[in-house]
Design a protein around this ligand. Structure first.
Ligand code: SF4
Ligand code: SF4
Ligand code: FES
Length: 292
């Protein structure tokens, strides 16, 4: 029987939350330790160092009392998206979470709940890579002799979505898959809704991913709770700027006869035959069996 890490805290810490007492000489971490068969929180106390982030303390645990503690990280600068964990019940980057900005008392550190556990703080996020493979690529027409030109507003719209560091914390917090494993084969999640929005809103793109996002990626299951937006470390307005516009486009494509006709006559091709074949052949990602 698998022991689940702590459930997500229902409320964010507010600006008025008490600040850790920096005169306290110790920092206490309760770290989830375990594997796919189960686990539990283990408590460690270390001397506190000024200015540390949670990842610093985890590294000191690895160098001291818990040398076999597994965690994933790369940049320690908030840019690689590797060190996502649930700190005091909320998804956060361990490398960007200062210890002295958390409430006093023990700090819990647990793996992301939405993904299968490999060991300790490391989860199997291959679900996301399997979903990424389903998104048809950017497909511009051949460039004219004078080259492509874009309005600045179109450049900026795409740049917001390109800030994504693939930390997958938005995926972790999305209730559609967080507590409903059965939804995963038919639901891509907010990270891929912004990827599709980025491509669909690109003025040069000729692919059409609206049927894909509605019929196979489950856009309709998103009920705009905005939890994904709240946890995004890059402050991407996932719901307002990507999901809601995509929902409008999908409705236009499928239920507006004028739009449907215009789409047929004027503009976009569907996905390429190769992409269509790949999507049709896809059985849905298996979280317990990492893709390729
Ligand atoms: S807004 Fe939609 S995608 Fe984002 S967390 Fe809520 S249900 Fe999931
Ligand atoms: S959209 Fe934000 S929360 Fe989601 S994976 Fe990208 S950076 Fe992380
Ligand atoms: S280690 Fe790269 S984002 Fe934290």
């Amino acid at each position: 029987m698998t022991t689940e890490p702590a459930a997500l805290a229902s409320e964010p810490e507010t600006a008025t939350a008490p600040v850790a007492d920096t005169t306290d000489s110790t920092v206490t971490l309760q770290v989830w330790r375990g594997d796919p068969d189960g686990g539990a929180f283990a408590e460690y106390s270390l001397p506190a160092n000024e200015g540390e982030v949670v990842l610093d303390v985890v590294h000191r645990l690895q160098a001291g009392p818990a040398p076999d503690l597994a965690c994933r990280w790369n940049c320690k600068a908030g840019k690689c998206g590797s060190c996502s964990a649930e700190i005091n019940g909320r998804p956060r980057l361990m490398c960007m979470t200062r210890v002295d900005e958390l409430p006093p008392g023990p700090i819990t550190v647990a793996p992301m709940r939405t993904f299968p556990i490999i060991r300790d703080l490391v989860t199997d996020v291959s679900f996301n890579f399997a979903m990424a493979k389903l998104v048809p690529a950017f497909s511009p027409p051949p460039p004219p002799a004078e080259g492509y030109r874009m309005q600045q507003i179109d450049v900026e719209r795409g740049q917001e979505f390109r800030k994504c560091i693939e930390c997958f914390m938005c995926q972790d917090v999305c209730h559609v898959i967080r507590d409903h494993e059965e939804n995963k084969p038919a639901y891509a999640g907010p990270r891929f809704f912004i990827r599709i929005a980025e491509l669909e809103m690109h003025p040069l793109d000729t692919n059409d991913r609206r049927d894909l996002v509605r019929q196979q990626m489950g856009l309709g299951m998103c009920n705009i709770t905005k939890c994904c937006t709240e946890v995004c470390p890059e402050h991407i307005k996932i719901t307002d700027n990507a999901i809601i516009p995509m929902k409008e486009r999908v409705v236009d494509a499928d239920f507006d006869p004028v739009g449907w006709l215009g789409r047929k006559i004027l503009r976009r091709s569907k996905t390429s035959p190769t992409e269509t074949a790949a999507i049709s052949a896809y059985p849905g990602p298996s979280p317990s069996a990492p893709a390729g």
